[in-house]
Design a protein around this ligand. Structure first.
Ligand code: HEM
Length: 174
């Protein structure tokens, strides 16, 4: 996975829990506490998962809490700084979420070894969308945290439900 994900995670843990908790998480995951991550570098998926599991132990939070905190931080703090252009032209959560399939395709097009998640969208009615998650990483809880983060970014009250390991239901306010 791209180093951007780990860099964002590190920023979040350092600002919410302190530098030492991040260092402990890296050490618990068997890495150097001074490990440094660049956005475009590749980090083994296993290592990323290991860091997330370690930080749950160190910060005493559940995987779901970690997924929600990550989704919130990525969408509301990290991506607006690093990837602001992708938010342009999307004025509602619905518009941003509908762009996410092509954003992930485009952002990783020229990057070797990237395996971006892809999405497709199905409508049950005008407010109820089924977002299908296509990735073999199995990170639907992180997807759910990200979708909630998008609702917060646009100050919209989204109802997000996990239907299965590859499907989320999102009900928009209008
Ligand atoms: C707005 C700017 C965004 C950018 C530039 C972006 C970019 C990226 C990049 C570069 C990766 C790593 C891919 C890889 O290493 O193969 C990633 C992973 C991921 N992104 Fe985004 N992302 C954005 C927003 C979102 C949003 C809003 C969602 C969900 C609604 C989302 C869902 C995911 C998920 C679930 C992953 C984990 C990888 C996987 O499950 O396979 N992203 N994203």
């Amino acid at each position: 996975m791209k180093g951007a994900i780990v860099q964002c995670l590190g920023d979040l843990v350092k600002s919410n829990f302190g530098n030492d908790k991040w260092e402990q998480s890296l050490e618990t995951a068997g890495m150097s506490k001074t490990a440094f991550f660049m956005p475009l570098q590749n980090v083994d998926d296993e290592k990323v998962i290991h860091i997330i599991e370690s930080l749950c132990k160190v910060a005493k939070i559940s995987q779901t809490q970690a997924a929600d905190a990550f989704g919130d931080y990525w969408v509301n703090v990290y991506a607006p700084k690093l990837y602001s252009s992708y938010f342009k032209g999307a004025n509602t959560s619905k518009e941003l979420l509908l762009k996410m399939d092509s954003v992930h395709d485009n952002v990783t097009k020229n990057i070797q070894n990237a395996h971006p998640p892809r999405f497709d969208y199905e409508w049950k009615d005008s407010r109820t969308m089924i977002m299908r998650y296509k990735s073999n990483r199995g990170l639907i809880d992180i997807l759910m945290g990200l979708v909630k983060g998008v609702g917060k970014y646009y100050k919209e009250d989204l109802k997000v439900t996990k239907l299965s390991n590859d499907k989320l239901q999102v009900i928009f306010p209008n």
